[in-house]
Design a protein. Structure first.
Length: 306
């Protein structure tokens, strides 16, 4: 770890918390009076993931090709890795290993406990992936990820390159390492999350500005895929689910809260474009949001799914 962040602690400030209620079911949602901003100065922040054992959150600054570390015990943000492969979305598997989508590496990798890196997927049927974007692990150990082309469209978030695959798809990595295409009718698949019981997989199509809901079958197949909710403020990006089954989606004006029936219940308003979020802390009620150049955080009265 590279201790650069004493200056970022001095920059920390806060803004008033503003929850916008759009449905009566959102009436009891609440949190701290203030939203803290413990880090500012990124170019496009993404992929927050919480490490319970270390009590810290890692997040990526994609154009700057680095990973940052926010310590939830002392509030200090520091440089964790000076290069990241232009990493975007990240998650933990069931043993606490971080799985990351590397846009310039065009691969999904797993960071082992001994510090080594294992490549989980970098191709499909011998064709290089576009630039994996976001990832989630199911309780059976399978890894699911989206593969738009943002990391090869230009040199800003990766390395400009020619697309080898015929489109931007969604994939599953089975326990034996097989990469399976599970959905192929997206323009720009992005954030994804399972419902509490893992019977539904929610997937964002950022280009089409909506979230779709797929039924997940025992064999790992998907059916359905109807539009659950359309974004009215920019486009949706990363998503997470809370223990009440609500979807929390990063959007142009903050984080939107969507009921399982697709109703927009309310919003947590933020003065930047939100890209992603995660739940942290022992009770998973410490919300972190990456938004443009800033990391936002507050404690809330609801919990994320462990």
């Amino acid at each position: 770890m590279y201790p650069i962040a004493s200056i970022h602690r001095e920059l920390a400030d806060r803004i008033p918390t503003e929850f916008e209620r759009l449905d009566d079911r959102f009436a009891r949602v609440n949190g701290d009076e203030w939203i803290e901003r413990p880090f500012r100065g990124g170019r496009w922040l993404e992929g927050p993931v919480y490490y319970p054992a270390g009590k810290y959150v890692l997040f990526n600054d994609i154009p700057n090709d680095r990973t940052l570390r926010h310590d939830t015990t002392n509030g200090i943000t520091s440089l964790f890795a000076p290069t990241s492969g232009h990493a975007n979305g990240s998650t933990l598997d069931r043993t606490g290993r971080r799985i990351s989508c590397e846009q310039s590496g065009r691969r999904v990798v797993r960071h082992e406990h001994d510090g080594s890196t294992t490549v989980l997927a970098d191709s499909y049927r011998s064709l290089r992936l576009n630039s994996p974007n976001d990832v989630v692990v199911r309780s059976d150990g399978t890894v699911w990820f989206t593969d738009p082309s943002y990391g090869i469209d230009s040199d800003y978030e990766g390395l400009s390159a020619t697309r080898e695959i015929d489109g931007c798809h969604v994939y599953r990595i089975d326990l034996d390492g097989t990469v399976v295409k599970v959905a192929d009718d997206f323009e720009r698949p992005n954030g994804l999350a399972f419902s509490v019981d893992e019977s539904i997989l929610y997937i964002v199509d950022t280009r089409r500005r909506h979230i779709r809901a797929f039924d997940v079958h025992d064999d790992g197949g998907l059916t359905g895929g109807g539009v659950l909710n359309e974004c009215a403020a920019g486009s949706y990006d990363g998503i997470r689910v809370d223990t009440d089954g609500r979807i929390w989606a990063a959007a142009g004006d903050g984080v939107h809260c969507i009921a399982p029936d697709g109703t927009l219940l309310g919003k947590l308003l933020i003065p930047e474009i939100a890209s992603n979020l995660c739940f942290a802390g022992p009770q998973l009620n410490h919300l972190f949001v990456t938004a443009s150049s800033t990391l936002y955080t507050l404690r809330v009265n609801f919990r994320g799914v462990r």
